[in-house]
Write a protein that binds this ligand. Structure first.
Ligand code: PHE
Ligand code: NA
Length: 452
């Protein structure tokens, strides 16, 4: 059976960007920049992007393209004994896939709530005590047995399955071509309004004000590298699968540059959006901005609703904000589910529809665990372990295998075959020395922190 292929270069880049741009760009990056030196954070961030992000992306695109397989097949082709690394990556993808969808489902609920701000005056109590029903005497006007979470979960899985069910071209590529421009448009519309709000500029000042003393702090560099790997979706089977569908003559280096630059550009844009809103909120509530900044689940489901309450035209800004979260999340979810499906198709030769039904069906059932009362706790735990340990371990092993067991010069040669921008020696130096050393330091550091 012939391997499926992307229809166009733009389609491929939009799909790869769709995977990279996710909740992390919106709720993790802005806070991270603020916490780690503000404007000065861009120095380690750019350094991580150039020394690790771009070379890693080029490497994965080139492996998928050359060896024409999802992660397990790629590593099996490199050496029979290495197939397990591919399955380890697929496992990470599957785990992220089942909890990421829970957050998308919450964002879908909040999209509905945002039309009339059903979260009321106390979004914190609403989220924890009512929506997640973690409170002891939670009022149940939202329905029993978390049915309000299960329903959006069904919708999220349905959208993802439709995309992966119909295949690379008709499903994933088409979905990305709708979702990514839509996301860009929504973000621009929101920013266009937000930056003119009183206080917004102060918010941006807080985010971008450089604290150069932080550059001496190893934690800041580790944050930059960690964010780059997670954000670019490299090291856990996704970009290998996506690039395995590239046509024979593809400009690998250019595709990788585009994907990385668009993703990082989006992160900075999202930072402007979030800190514009936070600055406005601080001003309206006459609080210092340090009291309103937040990230992750707290930002999305507590701080943003509180900010929306204060915004002009909340019934427009609210839905736009949550739809942006939903779209950013869904396009990443599609990619992570596809990484699992393509591995199964490669291994068992199943028809796509069969593999997709089983993966999505099973994934849906497992993700129900995150719709229970313990959902948030479990999510935090799994998310911590995956981001701080599993992902970095997988990236490090992949790098060491490719660069020390194989000739990374061969990878470079393959890239340069059809690429307009030829990749030079810097590529090998980054992959052999700089990236693995940085990864090992960060990982060691994370392991120590976890054990303490
Ligand atoms: N890159 C995504 C982000 O920044 C994260 C992600 C994508 C995670 C795909 C898993 C799968 O949010
Ligand atoms: Na990203």
């Amino acid at each position: 059976m012939q391997r499926e292929q992307w229809n166009s270069r733009v389609g491929f880049i939009l799909a790869a960007v769709g995977s990279a741009i996710g909740l992390g760009n919106i709720w993790r990056f802005p806070y991270m920049a603020y916490e780690n030196g503000g404007g000065a954070f861009f120095i380690p961030y750019l350094f991580a992007m150039l020394s690790a992000g771009i070379p890693f992306m080029i490497m994965e695109f080139s492996l998928g393209h050359k060896l024409r397989g999802a992660a397990p097949k790629v590593f099996a082709k490199l050496g029979g004994k290495l197939e397990w690394l591919g399955w380890f990556q697929v496992f990470i993808a599957a785990v992220i896939g089942v909890y990421y969808v829970a957050v998308i489902a919450w964002a879908m609920s909040y999209l509905c709530f945002s039309f009339d701000q059903s979260w009321g005056d106390d979004p914190n109590a609403f989220f924890f005590n009512e929506y997640l029903q973690l409170g002891q005497n939670s009022p149940t006007h939202l329905g029993n047995f978390q049915s309000h979470i299960i329903f959006p979960m069904v919708i999220a899985w349905t959208i993802t399955s439709l995309a992966v069910f119909t295949g690379v071209k008709a499903g994933i590529e088409r979905a990305s071509k709708v979702m990514m421009p839509l996301l860009a448009l929504m973000v621009l519309v929101i920013i266009g309004r937000v930056i003119f709000l009183p206080g917004a500029m102060e918010g941006l000042n807080y985010m971008f004000e450089p604290d150069f003393s932080k550059l001496l702090d190893a934690k800041v560099w580790s944050a930059a590298y960690g964010q780059i790997f997670f954000s670019l979706s490299v090291g856990f089977a996704i970009m290998l699968a996506y690039s395995s569908y590239l046509p024979d003559k593809s400009d690998i280096s250019n595709n990788a540059f585009m994907t990385v630059l668009i993703n990082c550009g989006f992160s900075i844009t999202a930072g402007i959006l979030i800190f514009g809103i936070l600055g406005y909120m601080a001003q309206e509530q006459a609080k210092p901005i340090t009291e309103v900044v937040s990230s992750g689940v707290g930002l999305a489901f507590v701080t943003l609703p509180a900010a929306i309450n204060l915004l002009p035209l909340p019934y427009i800004m609210g839905p736009l904000l949550f739809l942006a979260l939903v779209v950013a999340g869904l396009s990443s979810h599609i990619s992570i589910v596809e990484a699992v499906i393509s591995a199964i198709i490669d291994k068992l030769n199943w028809p796509r529809k069969k593999a997709a039904s089983i993966v999505c069906g099973g994934g849906f059932l497992i993700s129900m665990a995150f719709a229970t009362n313990g959902g948030l706790l479990l999510l935090d735990l799994v998310d911590y372990f995956i981001n701080n340990i599993a992902l970095l371990t997988s990236c490090l092993i992949e790098l060491l295998i490719i660069t020390w067991l194989f000739k990374v010069a061969d990878v470079r040669e393959h890239v340069n075959q059809f690429s307009e921008v030829k990749v030079g020696m810097w590529f090998e130096i980054c992959l052999r020395f700089i990236s693995p050393i940085m990864l090992a330091i960060i990982l060691g550091n994370n392991l120590l922190t976890t054990l303490n």
